[in-house]
Ligand binder design. Sequence first.
Ligand code: CP
Length: 303
Amino acid sequence: MDHLITVDDLEISDIQEIFQLADRFQHGRYAIKKQLFAGNLFFEPSTRTKTSFIVAERKLRIEALDFQPELSSINKGETLLDTVKTFEAIGANIVVIRHRDDDWAKQITPYVSIPVINGGAGKKAHPTQSLLDAYTIFHEFHRFEGLNVVIAGDIKHSRVAHSSADLLDKLGAQVFVSGPNEHMDEDGKYPYVEIDEAVRFADVLMLLRIQHERHEKESETTLDNYHERYGLTIERERNMKSDAIIMHPGPVNRGVEIDAALVEAERSRIFKQMQNGVYIRMAILTKLLRNWGLIDEDDLEKC
Ligand code: CP
């Protein structure tokens, strides 16, 4: 594993190593002794992913390089590849990229000599989110086999849905999808279930917002009765299994895909996912820097 672009880059042994590292970072403070720089190149809005990468880098004492696309030389015609090569030339040892293009990584990874982490690629892939989702589920249930995971919402336009479904399927969970028909993938890779049925058998109910910014045409699905028709209402939550959990990658549109009061419900792990995201991103950074020979175990200092 040289880069983390999609969950296809991950063998089961990679996932286990990332979880073990995340556990270690959760229970002890570690810092990298060498001076290293990370470029955080976010071309789309982000609150959770960007901030948790910055916190992960700072906890490891990797120096986080700021980048604001609107103030960068992208506005003078510089390409994404030349921007990444510039960061590499100036001293970045690793980069995290979020970009609206589904396949931006194909233009980058063959031409750079530093590890690249996908912080979100269009509607295609968000592997660091899916790793933190899987880590959160594993800490809850200590297994994946036999778990029913329902991902409900705008599947078609969600990079989280695509990455998390594929990762959880790889790990042995039974993955289902739910939501408006027009927001389902055409390939029908994962079985469809109505939300009223989903709440009764799901161990994990992962809700998604409608990804309006990635819709190519006006949606037939309106917000008027979305919550009642497809969302997690108070009434549906009462029908969930006693130990089932609610997840959401965020940002949440309260009152649309989930009742506002359920975001903080006892069974909600929405803020736990964000906390876990920091440790998972510390683990991914560490693993890739190790894989490239940029650090070894001796460079990781307990402090
Ligand atoms: N889950 C997620 O990717 O959130 P942000 O868009 O805030 O980074």
